[in-house]
Design a protein around this ligand. Structure first.
Ligand SMILES: Cc1cc2nc3c(=O)[nH]c(=O)nc-3n(C[C@H](O)[C@H](O)[C@H](O)COP(=O)(O)OP(=O)(O)OC[C@H]3O[C@@H](n4cnc5c(N)ncnc54)[C@H](O)[C@@H]3O)c2cc1C
Length: 309
């Protein structure tokens, strides 16, 4: 395992990491961005993005590519490496990946979040076999078939609108009485003819090789109903922060998010938390971009102060 030395390690190449890379590289820092999966993070499991100012083509792939190219123009380096552990106490931080050991003066944690599971038996087994968390990736497999979308937030409604371009038969299942999604999305869903079934949750999954039945429970009457056949089940019930790497090293909220101020400074000097991984109110691309900028600006200031000592 080689040891590489840089000024700043950015962990994660979602919008927060990409913005941090641009700002840090533009400030003449030697920056590496470590990404375990795909550049773009959650943007790449989003069918279309309408609310990033200035990006009017709504295309997540093009938006990601432009962000990556812009950061590269200023010298940011991108590596496909999964970070397996970090040691962040003291002036030099060590970030260990599956391939290398990186040493840096500052670390920007931009590891984002992953889709929350329903927590039902067999969920893992049927993931990719009728059950999925990504409409963009898997929607086309269910072209023309009934599609059930679980959730009541923006993601559930937004992705249902995309899925409706593939199937006329899209139903949103929400366990509560009043979905949390933005009114504009709820209106669009209604206009498109997407069915919204309230007070209803999926209580079990059934099938042999593929998922071929779900049991729904009406949370008001307690009545259960079994739906059988060839269909797709898309889950959008929230996200869980990727903070396993820093558990026990950084202060975390009870929900597991990193406690960090608007400056993105964490409980450890020289370590910054940007984007969805940070405890905050609004988790969107623009707020991730803003966090990334803030993290890089404060990391650069911190490095300058350390170097001056
Ligand atoms: C279905 C869906 C639709 C959405 N639609 C919109 C929308 O229309 N508009 C909007 O503004 N927002 C939308 N969002 C939210 C938005 O995508 C997120 O708020 C944003 O992507 C968060 O950016 P991030 O950089 O903090 O984290 P992420 O995008 O989650 O990126 C984190 C990155 O870190 C990487 N990573 C994690 N752990 C490691 C590790 N150990 N080593 C290396 N890499 C690691 C991950 O692979 C990932 O690439 C949507 C989200 C979803 C799920």
């Amino acid at each position: 395992m080689d040891t590489q030395v840089v000024d700043i390690v950015v962990i994660g190449a979602g919008p927060a990491g990409l913005s941090a890379a641009l700002y840090a590289a533009r400030s003449h820092q030697k920056v590496v961005v470590l990404e375990k999966d795909v550049l773009g993070g959650q943007m790449m499991i989003t069918a279309q993005i309408e609310n990033v100012p200035g990006s009017i083509d709504n295309d997540p792939f093009a938006l990601t590519d432009r962000m990556v190219q812009q950061a590269k123009q200023f010298g940011a380096e991108f590596r496909y490496e999964e970070v397996t552990s970090v040691s962040i106490d003291g002036p030099f931080k060590t970030v260990t990946t599956t391939q290398n050991e990186w040493q840096a003066k500052a670390v920007i944690l931009a590891t984002g979040a992953n889709p929350r599971r329903l927590g039902l038996q067999g969920e893992e087994k049927w993931t990719g076999r009728g059950l999925t968390y990504c409409a963009t990736c898997d929607g086309p497999f269910f072209q023309g078939l009934p599609i059930y979308v679980v959730g009541g937030g923006d993601a559930a409604f937004d992705e249902s609108l995309y899925l409706h371009t593939l199937s006329d038969d899209v139903t949103i299942l929400y366990r509560g009485a009043k979905p949390r999604a933005a009114v504009v999305l709820q209106e669009r869903a209604r206009e498109a003819g997407i069915k919204v079934v309230l007070n209803t949750e999926v209580v079990s999954l059934e099938g042999e090789n593929d998922l071929d039945a779900i049991v729904l429970r009406d949370n008001v009457t307690g009545e259960e109903k079994r739906i059988k056949g060839n269909f797709g089940l898309f889950i959008y019930v929230g996200m869980e922060p990727n903070t396993g790497l820093v558990k026990g090293q950084l202060a975390l909220s009870p929900e597991g998010y990193v406690e960090a101020a608007e400056t993105t400074e964490t409980s450890v000097a020289g370590v910054y938390a940007a984007g969805d991984v940070r405890y905050k109110d609004v988790r969107q691309i623009v707020t991730a971009l803003s966090d990334g900028a803030s993290a890089a600006i404060h990391a650069v200031k911190y490095i300058e102060q350390q170097d001056a000592q």
